[in-house]
Ligand binder design. Structure first.
Ligand SMILES: Cc1cc2nc3c(=O)[nH]c(=O)nc-3n(C[C@H](O)[C@H](O)[C@H](O)COP(=O)(O)O)c2cc1C
Length: 274
């Protein structure tokens, strides 16, 4: 099958597909000609589907997706700017969770949104490890504490040591500051040799966090966990990610125990306008 097929009965020769193609591999010259693929254009296609998604007439089919495979954008379902702004401002990092587990169905719905987050060159290489056994979450958190204890024995950074000591002390006294007693831990991993593995994972997790909040769930980045997951061999072995893949981010997830009623103050924006 060719990379692009133009339905000449539907195509109005408006050149919109060529204008939208990020790799500029669709050639369109004028109103008299149908768009065509640049010679050897296949090599540069990133399979983003913009050509299919942007055509007002449904005239272009990509080898991997036809217009019928791409649901229409429903304008009535889009939140207004005020609603979206309020959601972004109202989301909080949640550190107290109910024990109630989140169903596999809801977890899958969250990941189904997160998998559509933008990725460098549309590589879509963010994969997931979802841990739903609270004992397993705790066992992994213990490994982060072990890692902190090792760091404490070698670090010369007194400020970091002070922070680690407080976290280790809390753990020893039954207070989990690594995964906060969350019933689930969601890890995003990606091949280490991509251009932007860390950004890809962080953006996907951000999609997940925002959608989770809209669904009445709570999340919080597990930063200490993420750091240890890249450095601490026993934890790396326990995660057992496929070869070449690294965890670039993890969030705790569950039903929040408390509702936040106000939006806390943040720093004023620091910006240079040019
Ligand atoms: C990269 C990153 C790592 C973080 N790591 C942790 C963490 O290990 N533990 C924690 O309780 N919160 C962690 N947080 C949450 C931040 O502390 C939180 O986002 C910040 O205090 C602002 O609060 P808000 O998210 O409610 O606006 C992390 C956040 C980010 C973005």
């Amino acid at each position: 099958m060719p990379l692009i097929t133009i339905d000449t009965k539907k195509c109005r020769r408006d050149g919109i597909c060529a204008a939208a193609c990020p790799a500029q591999i669709i050639v369109w010259t004028d109103k008299k000609s149908f768009p065509t693929l640049l010679a050897q254009g296949e090599e540069f296609c990133i399979n983003c589907g913009h050509c299919v998604a942007v055509c007002p007439h449904g005239a272009l089919t990509l080898a991997t997706m036809a217009p019928a495979d791409c649901p229409p954008v429903e304008r009535d379902l889009l939140p207004g700017a005020d609603a979206l702004r309020h959601l972004l401002l109202a989301r909080r990092s949640i550190r107290r969770y109910k024990k109630t587990p989140v169903s596999r169905k809801v977890l899958a719905e969250l990941l189904d949104v997160a998998r559509t987050a933008p990725t460098g060159s549309n590589r879509q290489e963010v994969h997931w490890l979802v841990i739903s056994d609270p004992d397993e979450v705790r066992r992994l958190a213990q490994m982060v504490i072990d890692f902190m204890n090792i760091m404490l024995s070698v670090t010369t950074d007194e400020a970091a040591a002070k922070r680690f000591r407080r976290i280790v002390n809390a753990w020893d006294n039954g207070r989990d500051r690594i995964t906060r007693g969350a019933p689930h831990l969601v890890l995003a991993h990606s091949p280490a040799d991509l251009s932007f593995p860390s950004a890809d994972c962080a953006i996907a997790l951000t999609y997940l966090e925002l959608y989770a909040y809209a669904r009445g769930l709570g999340t919080c980045w597990a930063g200490y966990f993420t750091a240890a997951a890249g450095l601490h061999e026993p934890l790396i072995r326990a995660l057992a990610l496929p070869a070449g893949r690294q965890c670039y981010g993890a969030v705790m997830l569950g039903y929040p125990q408390y509702r936040y009623l106000r939006i806390p103050k943040r720093n004023d924006m620091q910006v240079v306008w040019r």
